[in-house]
Design a protein around this ligand. Sequence first.
Ligand code: B12
Length: 214
Amino acid sequence: MLLHQIRDSIENGYPKDTENYIQQALKEGYPIKRILEESMVPAMQKIGDLYRSADTFIPQILASARSMRKGLDALSPYLEKETDPSLAPIATVIVGTVAGDLHDIGKNLVAIMFRCAGFQIIDLGVDVSSKVFLKTIKEHPEVSLVCISTLLTTSMPQMKQLVKSIRHAFPGRPLKIMVGGAPVTQEFADEIGADGYTENAVDAARLARTFFTS
Ligand code: B12
């Protein structure tokens, strides 16, 4: 019931309701992963599909995006509690949306699923230049995975260039690179030399674990 209410409040764009329902669900002991996988991710996927079929207008999308952000903010403090500080992180991961692209909902979901799975996250935000990606990788030798997101076909060349620049700048470093976002495909990921691609955030965290735990 609560999971449905969270989902509806995101789809209908009521941020306050999303926040309240999520807080209630957390108090009642729903695991974060379940809230994400069963209500938040499907809600945003539905909004995306409606947008594609021209049934949803920009104000409604923005309201849903605001609900999603409120929901993720409400989850954050609980995420800290669920993570055991005595356990070393599986790996440190940089996440960011490529230059020219301001979409961050999918990227934020990827970051939160990775944190749930035991990774340490450095979130660079949106519209991140290659320069900032490279500088951050250089300044953080503990980083062993870079996750790049894009929602715009016009930003896909930047993604390709970024993967190339990372490989070129850190030739001997065992860095894995994952790419994703709605227009990205496995074929494109292979073509640009990324180590991994998945269609959604849940599978992304699962795939990343296989890089470091097998
Ligand atoms: C919400 C939205 C917006 C919001 C963004 C709010 C925000 N804070 O992010 C607003 C209204 C601001 C917006 C703006 C624009 N948008 Co917009 N937007 C969307 C919409 C409807 C949903 C995107 C979304 O959040 N989906 C839900 C999330 C959960 O899915 P996701 O991002 O794909 O992420 C999942 C997976 O892809 C994966 N994933 C994501 N990143 C990564 C990374 C890695 C490493 C991995 C492994 C996996 C992974 O995991 C995620 C969770 O499961 C899409 C339509 C669609 N069907 O995608 C259009 C869409 C992306 N937008 C589009 C456009 C054109 C724009 C604008 C240019 C519109 C304009 N004329 O101004 C601007 C762009 C401005 C800019 N410079 O970035 C187009 C892009 C077309 C194209 N081919 O490039 C789309 C496809 C709509 C369309 N059909 O025309 N948009």
